[in-house]
Design a protein around this ligand. Structure first.
Ligand SMILES: Cc1ncc(COP(=O)(O)O)c(C=O)c1O
Length: 450
C-alpha cells in the first residue's frame, strides 16, 4: 500500500504577519482579506503535491487504478482522526461543500409532509438547494429559522429550541392526517458564511437529537478554523467541511462525514459510482472512492496541508494568531470607520478568524446587488484590497478574514479604502432615500460569481 510522504521541514517558518506572505503566491500589491471565500494555497503545499502530479502523469493507469486509491485511503485515515470521527470509514472526500451537502440533502427519500429547514443566514446556494427540493415532488415544506445579529449564543439556543419544538408540532398535526410520522431535516451552519460567525452548533445538534430531527451541519468554514473538532462527541447526523478554505489544501478538497448509523441514507454517491450495488447504501466508502474522473491530487493535498500546519506550530498556534488579529483588526477597522463590530458581547463568542464590521452608510442605504458589485470594483480591482461585503438586518457589513499573513496594519489600509469607496458609492447611488440610476461600469460577468 502506498502512503503519503509526511513532510519534515528543516528550516524554521517565517514569523506570522507580512513575512509569512513569502509562503504564499499573492500578487505583491494585493492585500488578501478574504481568505474565507476560496482559501489560499501555501507555496510549500503546492510544492509538496508536485510529485503526486508527476506520478499521475508518469503512468495514468497505475496512478488511477492503484496508487491514488491507496494514497487517498491513507489521507482519509489521517483526516478521520483529525476531525474526531469514530471510524475512518465515516469520512470520504468530495470536491467541495456544495457537492457534499447536495449529496446528503438529495439522498433523503422525501415524502409528503416532510420538512426541510434552513436559516436566513444559510449559504445562499444551500438554501436554494432546500428550495429546489421543496419545489419538486413530493414537495416537502421548506421553512427558515431567523437569526438576526447582534445576538448571543444563549439567545440563539433558546430560539432554536422553541423553533424546533414548533416544527415538531406541525409534524404531529401532519402525522395525524397522514397516518405516519414525517421527517424533519435541519441544515445548521457551524460557522456562518456571512456574517462570519461561529454558531452554538453542537447545542443546536443536541436539540435536534432530543426532538427527533435530522441535523445536517454545514461546516464549510470549520476545519482549520474551529479548534479540537470531535465529531464522535458532537454527534451530528451529517457534517461537511471544505479543506481548501481554512486548512490550506488545494481547491477541490472537502470532507463528507456520515456516521455509520446514517450511511444507509446515502444510497448512492453523486455521480453514481461503478461500486453502486442494488438497493444502495451498503458500501459508502467504496462509492466515494471513484465516481467519475477528477483531479485526485487536491484530496492528497490535505495531508500535505496538515504537515505545513504542523511546521507552523500546529492548530492552536495558527488559530490563536488569526483570532487575535481578527479581534484587534476588527476593532481598529470599526474605530477608523466610526462604526461597530457585529459581535457585541464581552466574550466574542461568534468570533474565530473572521470579523464583521459595519460599513459607514446611513441607515436608509438599500440592499441592492449593485452596491456589492461597486465595492468589488472599487476594492478588488481599483484598490487591490478585498474583504467580503454583505447586507444583514438592515445594514451593510464587511467580513474580514484574518490569516497568518495578516497584520492590524492591513485593517488600517482597508479602513482608508472603505472610507473612500463608501463615499464614492453614496455619491453615485445616493443614500437610499431617492432612487438614482445605477450605472455599472466595466460590467464583467466573472465578477458576479460569489
Ligand atoms: C457556509 C458555506 N457553505 C457552503 C459553501 C460552499 O462552498 P463550495 O463553494 O466550496 O462548495 C460556502 C462557501 O463559501 C460557505 O461559506
Amino acid at each position: 500500500m502506498a502512503n503519503v510522504v509526511r513532510l519534515q521541514y528543516e528550516s524554521k517558518p517565517p514569523p506570522f504577519g507580512h513575512e509569512m506572505r513569502k509562503c504564499f503566491s499573492f500578487d505583491p500589491e494585493y492585500i488578501n482579506m478574504n481568505h474565507g471565500s476560496y482559501g489560499s494555497l501555501p507555496s510549500p503545499v503546492a510544492e509538496a503535491i508536485k510529485p503526486y502530479y508527476a506520478l499521475a502523469e508518469a503512468n495514468p493507469d497505475l496512478f488511477h487504478r492503484f496508487t491514488s486509491i491507496d494514497l487517498i485511503r491513507d489521507v482519509r485515515k489521517r483526516m478521520a482522526k483529525f476531525v474526531g470521527a469514530a471510524h475512518t470509514e465515516e469520512v470520504v472526500f468530495v470536491p467541495n461543500a456544495s457537492h457534499g451537502l447536495n449529496t446528503i440533502l438529495r439522498s433523503f427519500i422525501w415524502e409528503e409532509g416532510d420538512i426541510i429547514s434552513s436559516c436566513n443566514t444559510t449559504y445562499n446556494s444551500i438554501s436554494r438547494t432546500a428550495e429546489y427540493i421543496s419545489d419538486i415532488p413530493p414537495h416537502p415544506e421548506a421553512v427558515q429559522f431567523t437569526l438576526l445579529f447582534p445576538t448571543s449564543h444563549s439567545e440563539i439556543i433558546q430560539n432554536w429550541r422553541a423553533y424546533v419544538k414548533s416544527l415538531n408540532e406541525i409534524r404531529n398535526q401532519s402525522a395525524q392526517k397522514l397516518g405516519r410520522r414525517p421527517k424533519i431535516v435541519a441544515i445548521i451552519d457551524s460557522i456562518i458564511s456571512v456574517p462570519g460567525a461561529l454558531l452554538p452548533w453542537k447545542e443546536m445538534v443536541k436539540i435536534c437529537k432530543e426532538e427527533d430531527v435530522w441535523s445536517v451541519v454545514d461546516g464549510a468554514h470549520s476545519i482549520g478554523q474551529e479548534l479540537d473538532l470531535n465529531l464522535a462527541e458532537a454527534n451530528p447526523d451529517f457534517w461537511v467541511t471544505n479543506c481548501h478554505k481554512w486548512m490550506y489544501a488545494k481547491r477541490g478538497c472537502a470532507l463528507l462525514y456520515v456516521p455509520k448509523r446514517n450511511q444507509h441514507i446515502i444510497k448512492a454517491s453523486f455521480p453514481t459510482s461503478h461500486a453502486y450495488k442494488k438497493g444502495g447504501g451498503s458500501n459508502f466508502v467504496e462509492q466515494f472512492e471513484w465516481n467519475g474522473t477528477i483531479d485526485f491530487v487536491p484530496y492528497i493535498s490535505a495531508s500535505c496541508a496538515l504537515d505545513f500546519r504542523a511546521w507552523l506550530g500546529g492548530e492552536h498556534v495558527i488559530n490563536d494568531y488569526c483570532h487575535r488579529i481578527a479581534l484587534e483588526g476588527g476593532k481598529r477597522l470599526a474605530q477608523i470607520l466610526g462604526t461597530e463590530i457585529i459581535d457585541q458581547g464581552q466574550d466574542f463568542q461568534f468570533t474565530l478568524s473572521m470579523v464583521n464590521v459595519a460599513v459607514p452608510f446611513p441607515p436608509t442605504m438599500s440592499s441592492a446587488f449593485e452596491i456589492d458589485m461597486a465595492f468589488r470594483r472599487k476594492l478588488l480591482i481599483k484598490r487591490k484590497i478585498y474583504p467580503a461585503f454583505f447586507y444583514h438586518n438592515g445594514k451593510w457589513w464587511i467580513r474580514c478574514s484574518a490569516q497568518i499573513w495578516s497584520q492590524v496594519e492591513d485593517f488600517e489600509v482597508l479602513g482608508e479604502a472603505i472610507l473612500e469607496a463608501s463615499k464614492e458609492i453614496l455619491e453615485e447611488f445616493g443614500d437610499g432615500t431617492e432612487k438614482k440610476t445605477m450605472i455599472i461600469e466595466d460590467k464583467d460577468e466573472r465578477l458576479i460569481v460569489n
